[in-house]
Design a protein around this ligand. Structure first.
Ligand SMILES: [Zn+2]
Length: 512
């Protein structure tokens, strides 16, 4: 039995419904075999238990391991791979000729980057890679997360319609020069997967990983988004999730064009369409959800669904700002994630928490602003809900897994900090990855003073550098040329359907 007592000057944890936080002074967490047995004043825990090891001290704050609630595993970022930030729909197209990479190495690198900011669990959403190698790719990704020691809620998304623009593929391709249309058809066919194949793939992945001996993997289903999946597929995913008692993770109204697709296709918002299909429910988590109406927010709240807020990504890909304040006011479970496109182009969840805490400060003395406790909850206990680890992670409470991070306080308090400054505000307002002293998962110290105990990051970086500097295959170059030729047609498609924008949730300025 391995036990430890982890001490902090401050212990910070979400409490109750997530609107409040537990803030303890000179407190400790006592864990045995990866499970938190007790939380309380350090001196009394010290007297009560005989731990194998003692960590932390009065120079540290203890926080729960952070949960990144939406991620695609791109440690070497899309910007590093040559795709500059752009409008989402064009950015997706720019990714078509992206350099292939080693999924295992990329995942290891991503995991180490995430852990650097205290992240211990990730909702990883696998992009639709070539059908022939999908299982191999997924095995490599999961081996990467497990070797790094991270907890992962895994899903692999499927797009089975409208794969070029938000409109019928055949109709759109018929408007292109014949040779270009042929090239696009050939390119798309590589990732072709029938619905049956998708569910068979899920069954196999679930069997292999959901009850993995590490206890660190959950397998979820993932339609990519309402415009990318048939209603039939969505309903089958819902049925499948019920059979397996697991969750469904998908993108939703990330851009105004996606909302517009709903209005044109069903005469209602995508959320209202999902409601009509009887698809919504507490097993659902939706990434982005920027373009929600008041009615949509009511529906998501009533369904008990989770929204995974991706503040950085929404800013970078010209999608706007999600209505987090109205969602919280209406009781929606709001989580947060970096979507592999964080504001500093890394996977720093501390930075993302800071961004979220500043972004939703509406002007005016009585206007809503998210609180520090709400932001902590969004990155911990709320984010745990859709992972399949709800109740096991996200808070420092007896019975939960011992996933936590120690934040060194010296730089945060230097050269002075007024003693009664609320410690949660201090961590949220000032902590950076350089202050993360230790990251612990299941009671095991995985990261200490910037060094991972199992994986040498320099080796990973060196290997990535070597692999990624190899000359591009002619096939990738040809895909890039094809995407370049296709771009003006895609631009024209979206220009021809500029979405009508209604009354905004937030008003940040005015022109008159
Ligand atoms: Zn995403």
């Amino acid at each position: 039995m391995a036990s430890s007592l982890i001490r902090g000057k401050h212990l910070l944890s979400p409490a109750g419904s997530g609107d409040a936080a537990t803030v303890l002074y000179d407190a400790a967490v006592y864990q045995e075999d990866g499970v938190i047995k007790d939380v309380g004043p350090y001196q009394s825990l010290r007297a009560q238990y005989q731990p194998d090891a003692e960590l932390g001290g009065l120079d540290y704050a203890i926080i729960p391991g952070l949960v990144n609630a939406h991620h695609h595993g791109r440690g070497v970022t899309t910007l590093q791979m040559g795709s500059c930030d752009d409008c989402l729909e064009l950015w997706i197209l720019a990714g078509w000729g992206r350099r292939p990479y080693d999924h295992y190495l990329m995942t290891l690198y991503t995991a180490l980057n995430m852990m650097a900011s205290g992240t211990t669990t990730v909702m990883y959403n696998h992009p639709q890679t070539a059908a022939a190698t999908l299982k191999e790719d997924v095995d490599a990704v999961l081996r990467g997360f497990l070797d790094a020691g991270m907890r992962v809620a895994f899903s692999s998304y499927l797009r089975n319609q409208n794969r070029v623009v938000y409109g019928d593929d055949r109709e759109f391709l018929s408007g292109l020069p014949a040779d270009l249309a042929d090239d696009v058809r050939r390119y798309l066919s590589v990732a072709d997967m029938t619905d049956d194949d998708y569910f068979a793939f899920f069954d196999e992945t679930h069997r292999q990983y959901h009850n993995h001996q590490s206890g660190k993997v959950r397998a979820l289903l993932s339609p990519a988004n309402v415009q990318w999946n048939s209603d039939e597929f969505l309903l089958r995913a819902k049925e499948h999730a019920a059979r397996y008692q697991t969750g469904i993770h998908m993108h939703l109204v990330e851009s105004a064009y996606q909302k517009d697709y709903g209005m044109r296709t069903w005469g209602k918002t995508p959320v209202a369409h999902l409601q009509e299909l009887e698809f919504l429910g507490p097993e659902l988590s939706f990434a982005h959800a920027v373009w929600l109406t008041d009615g949509d927010i009511e529906l998501l709240s009533d369904a008990g669904a989770t929204v995974c807020h991706n503040a950085s990504s929404n800013l970078r890909l010209k999608n706007g700002i999600a209505p987090v304040n109205p969602m919280l006011a209406r009781g929606v479970n709001v989580a947060m994630g970096t979507d592999s496109t964080a504001i500093n182009d890394d996977d720093d969840l501390l930075q993302e928490m800071r961004l979220v805490s500043k972004l939703h400060r509406q002007p005016g003395i009585d206007a809503p602003a998210v609180t520090a406790a709400q932001v902590l909850a969004m990155a911990t206990v709320n984010a745990a809900v859709p992972t399949g680890f709800a109740g096991d992670i996200g808070a420092l409470e007896p019975g939960r897994r011992a996933d936590l991070a120690l934040i060194r306080l010296d730089r945060l308090e230097d050269p002075y900090l007024e003693p009664d400054t609320p410690p949660l505000e201090v961590v949220l307002g000032r902590a950076k990855t350089q202050d993360v002293a230790a990251v612990i998962v299941d009671g095991e110290v995985l990261l200490q003073d910037g060094a991972h105990r199992r994986v040498n990051k320099d080796d990973v970086r060196r290997e990535l550098r070597e692999q990624l500097s190899r000359p591009l295959e002619p096939e990738t170059l040809a895909t890039r040329r094809m995407a370049g030729r296709l771009t003006p047609y895609v631009e024209q498609f979206y220009r021809s359907r500029t979405p009508a924008v209604g009354t905004p949730h937030y008003v940040f300025n005015s022109r008159t």
